[in-house]
Design a protein around this ligand. Structure first.
Ligand code: RB5
Length: 146
């Protein structure tokens, strides 16, 4: 499984913990985020992962900014991205089983790091349920024009 992780300066610390955690598994992880605390703009980092998802270079993305909010908004502007900002394992599981989320998002300044790792484990090990959720998920990428 191929994963890309990206972050702004608000997510550097959590990203480092996640990279260390993922090293213990058989995942192919690409680090696209900033590795220091200098101020950068989160939409640029949402773009990087969204592009690789679009090109099918990766299976899943992980995005982190300070709150998780800005980088979620930025990523979800791309129609093929289903980015889920999660704060607990249950949400991470549901984001896969019901929403077929392809990107997991964290607020690096808000979430407990151990909980974030548990969320990742759930997210990467949960399949989309399909069934009644298919037509709803399909509607996400082609909303009515306003
Ligand atoms: C950066 O200070 C912060 O605004 C950003 O990481 C994020 O929280 C935005 O939503």
């Amino acid at each position: 499984m191929k994963i890309a992780i990206s972050n702004d300066h608000g997510g550097t610390k959590l990203k480092m913990s996640i990279l260390k955690y993922l090293k213990g598994f058989n995942y192919d992880v690409i680090n696209l985020g900033t590795d220091n605390n200098d101020s950068v703009d989160y939409p640029d980092y949402a773009y990087e992962v969204s592009k690789l998802l679009k090109d099918k270079v990766i299976d899943f993305g992980i995005l982190i900014c300070g709150s998780g909010i800005g980088i979620s908004i930025a990523a979800n502007r791309y129609p093929h991205v289903r980015a889920a900002l999660c704060n607990d394992e249950n949400s991470a599981e549901l984001s896969r089983s019901h929403n077929n989320a392809n990107t997991l998002v964290f607020g690096g300044r808000l979430i407990d790091h151990d909980i974030a790792l548990k969320c990742i484990n759930k997210f990467l090990n949960t399949e989309f349920e399909g069934g009644r959720h298919i037509k709803r998920v399909d509607k996400l990428s082609s909303p009515p024009i306003i």
